[in-house]
Design a protein around this ligand. Structure first.
Ligand code: GLY
Length: 345
């Protein structure tokens, strides 16, 4: 899917400070504004986009929008992103998150426990440390030193049920498209069946968001409780800059969701950005990398889901998934819409 967007123009070279063109709004920085846009993965992206749009629609920055947007999902009781997510095989919820702005500033946290908003900690890592990534105990200590509350080490009721069900067999079997959860079952129950675990629960949730602000700047964020019932210490693609998230303000911004190990293998989000740099549209670039993953995985590709959403400098949004069942939400001046992604099957 591709959306025609108004073009971003930088008139600084022309020394124009006041200018009127239909569709463009002049700013005091000699830059003509673009219409903002935000896109986020899965059904949960709809609510996340609304929060992001409060920032973007009011003329705020993409970086603030992508942080505030995914914080909504981290808070949701009914969604496994954040502390309500499913635990690792030892019964602990461990969180990964990353954020990146238009100037290659980036921050991430991995294997973080008992902190409600890992995305906000990732931003602090970006803004307040000389590092890009903090993990585990060190990340938690940093968060607490920054004033984040240490939450109780306990599972949500849903996650507890899910974990107890999983313990009966204790098998690690990632299931594709689980992020769609209950919302999908309401749309079409038949679509949900293949994505459920045998105990009727879900085992993996991520939200990724990319945005373009009125200044023509891109940012992205990604946050997850990771693969449910993973080995203790497992980290997925979401906090790995270049894998789960990448932003190059000259080209575009990309986030990934799905089987993190296979996104890391191909530096997925960075690879999509490089394809856009070569001239591909966002959806063509996502498709190119998804096809590469299918070639690498061969037969095993049927057991995993990989999805990318991308936005380019012109504000065109696209997505592509390995298998059907992936959707994403896009918010523009025209409203907030859920879009079914194209896929290889
Ligand atoms: N894509 C998120 C993860 O694999 O943890």
């Amino acid at each position: 899917m591709s959306m025609d967007r108004r073009k971003f123009l930088n008139l600084s070279g022309l020394g124009i400070t006041s200018f009127t063109i239909s569709g463009f709004i002049p700013t005091i920085h000699n830059q003509i504004e673009v219409a903002p846009i935000v896109a986020a993965t899965w059904d949960a992206g709809l609510a996340a986009n609304l929060a992001a749009w409060k920032v973007l629609g009011a003329g705020g920055k993409a970086l603030d929008a992508v942080e505030k947007g995914v914080m909504v999902t981290e808070d949701e009781m009914n969604c496994c992103v954040g502390l309500n997510g499913n635990p690792d095989r030892d019964g602990h919820v461990t969180l990964d998150a990353s954020i990146m702005d238009h100037e290659f500033n980036c921050g991430s946290v991995a294997f973080l426990e008992r902190i409600k908003h890992p995305i906000a900690v990732a931003r602090r890592v970006m803004e307040k440390t000389p590092h890009v990534m903090l993990v585990g105990e060190g990340a938690q200590q940093f968060a607490v030193a920054e004033g984040f509350t240490l939450e109780p080490d306990q599972l949500s009721d849903d996650a507890k049920r899910s974990y107890e069900g999983w313990l009966k067999k204790s098998e690690y079997k990632p299931v594709i498209n689980i992020e769609r959860k209950k919302a999908l079952s309401q749309l079409d129950p038949s679509l949900m069946a293949p994505h459920k675990l045998s105990n009727g629960e879900w085992n993996h949730d991520t939200i990724g968001m990319v945005a373009l602000d009125r200044f023509g700047n891109l940012s992205g964020s990604c946050t997850t409780s990771g693969a449910g019932f993973k080995m203790r210490g497992r980290v997925g693609d979401s906090p790995v800059i270049g894998a789960g998230l990448y932003v190059d303000n000259e080209v575009g911004a990309v986030v990934a969701t799905g089987q993190g190990e296979d996104v890391i293998r191909v530096a997925g989000s960075s690879a999509v950005v490089e394809q856009m740099r070569q001239g591909k549209s966002p959806s063509e670039a996502c498709k190119f990398v998804v096809e590469r993953i299918r070639r690498i995985k061969k037969e095993k590709a049927k057991d995993i889901q990989i999805c990318f959403i991308a936005i380019n400098k012109k504000g065109e949004v696209g997505a592509f998934a390995l298998h059907k069942g992936f959707n994403y939400a896009v918010h523009t001046n025209d409203g907030n819409k859920l879009i079914e992604s194209s896929s290889l099957d």
